[in-house]
Design a protein around this ligand. Structure first.
Ligand SMILES: [Zn+2]
Length: 184
């Protein structure tokens, strides 16, 4: 099933038969994405074993075809959904993020020179082809917010500084007494 992810979409070769990629893949197939998450977790207060997040699903539902506009071109449309465990930049705890990427792109070699259909966003690719898996990865990576943060403030708990001896104000005399006894 993962074979189709390795297929290339070529810029200058039109697709005779539109095809669909509709499948749940394991996040572990996406190297750049898992690298990104591993690095992100280094900043977390409490780490998470990779086996606790690396098999989450990446749900792909894409159609790949050629459209015949002024310039015929290859387009990709549909949706990618993934559940990614990322570090909240506010409280530094790792939490679950639902990433939902609507896709409607036209592959081109230069987005400034894009002369295509307005319904599709130009998507510049390096070279003359791109692997489907790399395209999905790029789309997911750019959809991760720069500043990942809990949506709900009540989930976002900043740990208090541990109490030091000087903060103990409940029984000041008892502490003083203990101190004197220790000094004897
Ligand atoms: Zn938080």
């Amino acid at each position: 099933m993962s074979k189709s992810l390795q297929n290339l979409i070529q810029l200058n070769k039109l697709i005779n038969h539109p095809y669909q990629i509709d499948f749940d893949y394991s996040l572990s197939l996406f190297d750049k994405l898992t690298d990104f998450i591993t690095k992100d977790h280094k900043f977390a207060i409490k780490s998470l074993e990779s086996d606790q997040w690396v098999n989450e699903s990446v749900k792909v539902d894409l159609e790949i075809k050629s459209i015949d506009s002024a310039n015929p071109m290859n387009v990709v449309s549909g949706r990618i959904e993934a559940r990614l465990f990322l570090t909240c930049q506010n409280c530094l705890n790792i939490f679950e993020n639902e990433i939902d990427v609507p896709v409607k792109i036209a592959l081109c070699s230069d987005q400034n020179a894009y002369q295509g259909n307005k319904d599709y966003e130009p998507w510049e690719i390096q070279g003359c082809s791109i692997k489907i898996i790399d395209l999905i990865e790029e789309l997911l990576l750019i959809s991760i917010p720069l500043y990942v943060k809990h949506d709900d403030d009540k989930d976002c708990v900043i740990p208090k500084k541990p109490q030091t001896r000087n903060d103990l104000t409940t029984f000041p005399f008892a502490n003083l007494k203990n101190q004197l006894n220790n000094d004897k």
